[in-house]
Design a protein around this ligand. Structure first.
Ligand code: PMP
Length: 358
């Protein structure tokens, strides 16, 4: 089979070694004579995987002891509702910072539940940038401030986060968690669907500060309460065991790479290869994002015309590049260079972009 360079936006590339290890023990996990998928979620073999994944995330992201790591279902999209349903109370306002479609979607769900405000937005420039930290509007009635750390569709990323203490900062890190070190203490809640940097789809990671588990949430359905899942170590009901098993394999790989600092270095190198191909093309390729807002994870660009984009994408596909089309809502091209995308794939893409231009 010819080489495939997977630049899918999510679900996306997983570390090959993680897949191979899963394959090796697919039919006989930990000498049980069964697949990990066939084990009870209450078995000691599964519980060991579950706990290792939690502990590894804590270690890799240096998560302080007063935070809980939860494994939930419903994708990042369910978090758009779970957050306001527990924290958006009367006389409180959910403050949303809009940097793309996913933050708009989060806001839309909050509006169904309570009062909201937009504390910053870059919509008017086509979401090419991230709001200036000094321009953000914070209010004393904020229940929380919500942002999307990386904008998967537009290809922008927050490089610094607002430093606030009047309300918890909540971040959707679905498309950049573990791509770089972060200071977890800046956040009340971090959440991420797994299917980009963490593993396959099916599990959503939530990192929540413990004091936020003390809210009165008696009105909230049991499954939508963070408390429910925190109290039972995410084993209140059947978790997505195979997704968590794969997440654990991916976290082992991140550790073997040298942790998040080492991963960040690779990500910078990878993204630079492709951004250089854009910047050195004399305007043949134009990036969507302003330079200072560029994402390490999703590199969005256009050729001179929509027709050129189509031809480029068709030829790239023939050469084995997968997933380079932009999101259906914006078109153009997008290379998603998540953690597991090898440097080699980015080198090949750079070569292809240069050759295609010439
Ligand atoms: N937030 C961001 C930043 C995303 O990129 C995505 C998915 N691409 C979502 C939320 C939605 O995630 P899910 O499909 O897991 O609900």
């Amino acid at each position: 089979m010819k080489a495939v360079y997977n630049f899918n936006a999510g679900p996306s590339a997983l570390p090959k070694i993680a897949l191979e290890r899963a394959q090796e023990e697919f039919l006989n996990f930990a000498n049980t004579g069964m697949s990990v998928m066939e084990l009870s979620h209450r078995s000691k073999e599964y519980e060991a995987v579950h706990q290792e994944a939690i502990d590894s995330l804590k270690e890799l992201l240096k998560i302080p002891d007063n935070y809980k790591v939860l494994f939930l279902q419903g994708g990042a999209s369910l978090q758009f509702s779970m957050i306001p349903i527990q924290f958006l109370k009367e006389n409180k306002v959910g403050n949303y910072l809009l940097t793309g479609s996913w933050s708009e979607k989060a806001l839309k769900e909050a509006k169904l539940i309570g009062e909201t405000t937009i504390g910053g937005s870059t919509k008017e420039n086509g979401y090419r940038s991230i709001p200036d930290l000094s321009s953000l509007q914070m209010n004393e009635h904020d229940a929380y401030v919500h942002l999307t750390s990386n904008n998967t569709i537009y290809g922008t990323q927050w490089s610094h986060f607002p430093d606030i203490s009047h309300a918890p900062l909540i971040a959707d890190m679905s498309s950049d968690i573990l791509c770089r070190p972060i200071d977890v203490e800046q956040f009340g809640i971090i959440y991420a669907g797994a299917q980009k940097n963490l593993g396959p789809s099916g599990v959503t990671v939530v990192i929540i500060r413990e004091d936020l588990l003390n809210e009165d949430v008696s009105h909230v359905p049991t499954m939508l309460k963070y408390q429910t899942h925190a109290e039972s170590n995410s084993l209140y009901h059947t978790p997505p065991t195979f997704s968590i098993y794969m997440l654990n394999q991916v976290l082992r790989w991140v550790k073997e790479q040298g942790g998040v600092n080492a991963i960040e270095k690779q990500n910078i190198e990878k993204a630079k290869l492709i951004y250089d191909a854009i910047d050195e093309s004399n305007g043949f390729y134009t990036g969507h994002a302003d330079k200072e807002a560029r994402s390490l994870m999703n590199i969005t660009f256009n050729l001179p015309t929509e027709e050129d984009n189509k031809k480029f994408l068709a030829q790239a596909k023939e050469f084995g590049f997968v997933g380079l089309n932009g999101h259906r809502s914006v078109g153009g091209c997008r290379a998603s260079t998540y953690n597991a995308v090898p440097v080699e794939a980015c080198l090949q893409l750079r070569e292809f972009m240069n050759a295609y231009r010439k």
